[in-house]
Ligand binder design. Structure first.
Ligand code: ITT
Length: 209
């Protein structure tokens, strides 16, 4: 696939950027993160669903930068915690929480819980400076481990045990994780419609410029 413009990933999360870059390896696409553009206004992630937040991040960034943007809103949904940390996954232990703070809080909340079922969810939204956006969703089911295992990946990866591979996500290489993860699956959906996406983008950009 060839794009005549850079693809802006509306994220400052280095773990996400690394995974998207790995997925795009082999394609001639120039992927940029928000940190490549210097200071730009922050979008408020106050939506109640992954869908809403992904759309907000993608369309806000596309408008501010005047070029197409792709955003990922994702998180961990734990059944026995009523869906928490959910859309608040990045800020579960507080506004400035680190991954370690969030993992500790989750372990504490799950201390006496027997049912460890959880799912990672990812919604990817592609937006242009004006108008609607396209969205793709991916989900991956697993179990919350009793202690952190592995040091790869980011976020809740050390606590997300994937039974099919008998490993946590933090024990998988980026390539291995992308093959089964929520983000990899959402991107798989997008790739399945790539021709449609490119036509959609070219039409909208033709109108915008
Ligand atoms: P941006 O909004 O800048 O993209 P963010 O980290 O704030 O970065 P989200 O609001 O989408 O992104 O929150 C996602 C959080 O969910 C992330 O910080 C992790 O804690 C968790 N998460 C999402 N995908 C994950 C993955 O693949 N592995 C581990 N944790 C993940």
């Amino acid at each position: 696939m060839d794009l005549d413009w850079p693809l802006v990933l509306a994220t400052r999360n280095k773990g996400k950027i690394a995974e998207f870059r790995q997925m795009a390896a082999g394609f001639d696409i120039d992927i940029k993160g928000l940190d490549d553009f210097g200071p730009i206004p922050e979008v408020e992630e106050d939506g109640e669903t992954f869908d809403e937040n992904a759309y907000k991040k993608a369309s806000f960034t596309a408008r501010v930068l005047g070029m197409p943007a792709i955003a990922d809103d994702s998180g961990l949904v734990v059944k026995t915690l009523g869906g928490l940390p959910g859309v608040k996954s990045a800020r579960y232990a507080g506004e400035r929480a680190t991954d370690e703070d969030n993992n500790l809080k989750l372990l504490k909340a799950m201390e006496t819980v027997e049912d460890r079922k959880a799912a990672f969810v990812c919604v990817i939204s592609i937006a242009v400076p004006r108008g609607s956006a396209l969205t793709y969703e991916g989900k991956c089911e697993g179990l919350i481990a009793r202690e952190p295992v592995g040091d790869l990946g980011f976020g809740y990866d050390p606590l997300f045990y994937y039974p099919q591979l008998q490993k946590t996500f933090a024990q998988l290489t980026t390539e291995e994780k992308n093959q089964v993860s929520h983000r990899g699956r959402a991107m798989g959906e997008l790739r399945g419609e790539l021709d449609k996406v490119l036509t959609w983008l070219r039409q909208r950009l033709g109108e915008a410029f």
